[in-house]
Design a protein around this ligand. Structure first.
Ligand code: ADP
Ligand code: MG
Length: 240
């Protein structure tokens, strides 16, 4: 494996809940190489979202280290963390969270405007991102005029605004039927292969695992198994 760009070392995460403590992660060790496509698989409550949020700098770890490109992001102060999230990480969630009163192109342009404050070429750059995820021809549609899969692809285009090296996807097909789900997974695979984007995709759906380079199985806050697919399955072969 190439040198790890993301390294989790003895990562724990506790959530205090009144008198109790929920041990969401109980010591995770994981190395991820640049350009890998990882599926983080596990049942509900196993710690998938927690792991992803810690890698994405959305939450603080309880103990351990999260080293990204050689830096321990747990040491980042607010400003550095915001910058990290903005420049390095693209997030895709189960719910698309598009702005209903903006077209697909405007949704992406809005994200671009928030990123750099420049208004030049916003619409053109938004269009290019939509083309990248294969829905350039839907740019003038409002979210309500798009299928779930198309909306998710707009959300992916939006998360690509900063051209992040890492894409973190939390149950991105959780709300989609098989066919539209596949179209979203194909976009992620293409980004990974063509742009070299490192993808970490969280799912409880075992049927998605064969497309990954590596499958990390979580259970009760620990890694149970890491499997390697020497020949990852094509997305078209996935069935659920
Ligand atoms: N903000 C929170 N406060 C308290 N407990 C939480 C919080 N977030 C997650 N948990 C708990 O941590 C465990 C792992 O949750 P999570 O990472 O969301 O699992 P998954 O994404 O695999 O379903 C679960 O027991 C969950 O109830
Ligand atoms: Mg989750």
């Amino acid at each position: 494996m190439n040198e790890a760009v993301i390294r989790l070392e003895k990562v724990t995460k506790d959530y205090p809940m009144g008198e109790m403590i929920v041990h969401a992660l109980r010591g995770i060790d994981l190395k991820i190489a640049a350009g890998e496509f990882i599926v983080l698989l596990g049942p509900s409550g196993s710690g998938k979202t927690t792991t992803l949020n810690l890698i994405g700098g959305l939450d603080n770890i309880t103990s351990g280290q999260v080293i990204v490109q050689g830096e321990d992001i747990a040491q980042y102060k607010d400003k550095a963390l915001t910058r990290y999230r903005r420049e390095k990480v693209g997030f895709v969630f189960q719910f698309f969270n598009l702005i209903p009163t903006l077209t697909a192109r405007e949704n992406v342009a809005f994200a671009l405007a928030l990123l750099d404050g420049k208004t030049r070429d916003l619409e053109k750059r938004a269009q290019e991102l939509l083309e990248m995820v294969g829905i350039g021809d839907r740019a003038d549609h409002f979210p309500s005029q798009l299928s779930g899969g198309e909306q998710q692809r707009v959300a992916i285009a939006r998360s690509l605004a900063n051209r992040p090296p890492f894409m973190l996807c939390d149950e991105p097909t959780g709300n989609l039927d098989v066919e539209t789900g596949r179209s979203v997974l194909q976009v992620m695979r293409d980004l990974n292969r063509k742009e070299g984007t490192t993808v970490i995709l969280v799912t409880h759906n075992t049927a998605i695992a064969p497309m990954a380079d590596r499958v990390v199985r979580l259970h009760s806050g620990t890694i149970k198994e890491i499997g390697i697919n020497s020949e990852p399955a094509p997305v078209s072969a996935l069935e659920w």
